[in-house]
Ligand binder design. Structure first.
Ligand code: ADP
Ligand code: AMP
Length: 216
């Protein structure tokens, strides 16, 4: 199964992606996670990406597209994958389409997690993430069992630098301008499915599973 997850920042893509990846045994490929790993390792890609990410802007298409194309050729992608945070522009969506067409493959669905912007600020400023394993928590909606400590790997959880109030509003504007057009892009190709992301985390997951059960 090849799935694209769409939705504004803070919609719950990363949260749902972890569960979908476990349930369907497909790798969860988050471009944000790949950039953050490169930043923490100080690679040239990380150094280039950091300036954009800290400002809430998108990393240029060429850099992002090449990075994803490379990742999709890894062995673990042969039975499918779940893309989280990619594509984010029409140029990226077209590049993915070309990549798939060259291999005689197709996307199964673009699943949009719908959350109105009134929910986003609280979700993002309350988000805490594990820098070691990538698990995502929320101080109010999804706290770890022990405050400040990752349930999965025991590392201290942190607030992302781009989850401050100022950066969140820039990221929402960027989403509306550059990423929201992908809803129409995939709808026009009859690939769009939507889920109400305002429900509780487990309810959203149940809705996603019933959609994915009928796309194959
Ligand atoms: P995205 O990957 O789309 O940016 P995340 O999955 O990181 O979003 O979720 C953003 C924040 O909202 C996290 O703190 C997460 O724990 C919380 N969250 C995710 N889904 C829900 C939900 N259905 N209800 C309440 N909070 C949620
Ligand atoms: P995320 O973890 O998905 O919230 O992404 C964090 C940041 O990484 C974004 O605000 C962008 O700066 C950058 N980023 C992630 N994915 C992409 C993408 N597909 N295209 C451009 N920039 C991206």
């Amino acid at each position: 199964m090849k799935i694209v997850l769409l939705g504004p920042p803070g919609a719950g893509k990363g949260t749902q992606a972890k569960s979908i990846s476990n349930r369907y045994s497909i790798p969860h490929i988050s471009t944000g996670d790949i950039f953050r790993k490169n930043i923490s390792e100080g690679t040239p890609l990380g150094i280039e990406a950091k300036g954009y990410i800290d400002k809430g802007q998108l990393v240029p298409d060429e850099v992002t597209i090449n990075m994803v194309k490379d990742r999709l050729t890894w062995e673990d992608c042969k039975n499918g994958y779940l893309l989280d945070g990619f594509p984010r522009t029409v140029a990226q969506a077209e590049a993915l389409e070309g990549f798939l067409a060259d291999r005689n493959e197709k996307l199964d669905t673009a699943l949009s997690i719908e959350v109105p912007s009134s929910f986003i600020l609280e979700r993002m400023t309350g988000r805490r993430v594990c820098p070691s394993c990538g698990a995502s928590y929320h101080v109010k909606f999804n706290p770890p069992t022990k405050a400040g400590v990752c349930d999965v790997c025991g590392s201290d959880i942190v607030q992302r630098k781009d989850d401050t109030e100022e950066t969140v509003s820039e990221r929402l504007e960027v989403y509306e301008r550059q990423t929201q057009p992908l809803i129409d892009f995939y709808n026009n190709k009859n690939l769009l499915s939507t889920v109400d992301g305002t429900k509780a985390i487990n309810e959203v997951f149940e809705s996603i599973c019933s959609i994915l059960g009928s796309v194959k």
